[in-house]
Design a binder for this molecule. Sequence first.
Ligand code: 5GP
Ligand code: ZN
Length: 114
Amino acid sequence: MNKDCLFCRIGAKQIPSKIVYEDPELFAFEDISPQAPTHILICPRKHFESLTDASAEDQVVLGKLQLVAAQLARERKLLQGYRTVLNNGEGAGQSVFHLHLHLLGGRPFRWPPG
Ligand code: 5GP
Ligand code: ZN
């Protein structure tokens, strides 16, 4: 827990959010500025700034982020497809420096992303 981190504070329920999933390792909540009908952020409770700061000991939790995304996509019946996105660094659009996986669904997506 980093007391200066927005997402650590959301995970600790010090800042309100719409939490849609939680367990001892991860929590997931609705994005405040959704870019698709479903837009959920899935975070490890452990504070990492980005994927660049993760190491081999984190491989289970990093895999679990994707599996929770798939579970939420099934629950929400995102039958036309969904996208998981992990922005790393300002140049890739990261704006909150606590690693998080975006789950986006409910509309068509283009490739390549912008
Ligand atoms: P990034 O740009 O770092 O990949 O994604 C950060 C995401 O966090 C953005 O989609 C933004 O809308 C979301 N966000 C920023 N502040 C808050 C907040 O206070 N509450 C919630 N629920 N989402 C936030
Ligand atoms: Zn944090």
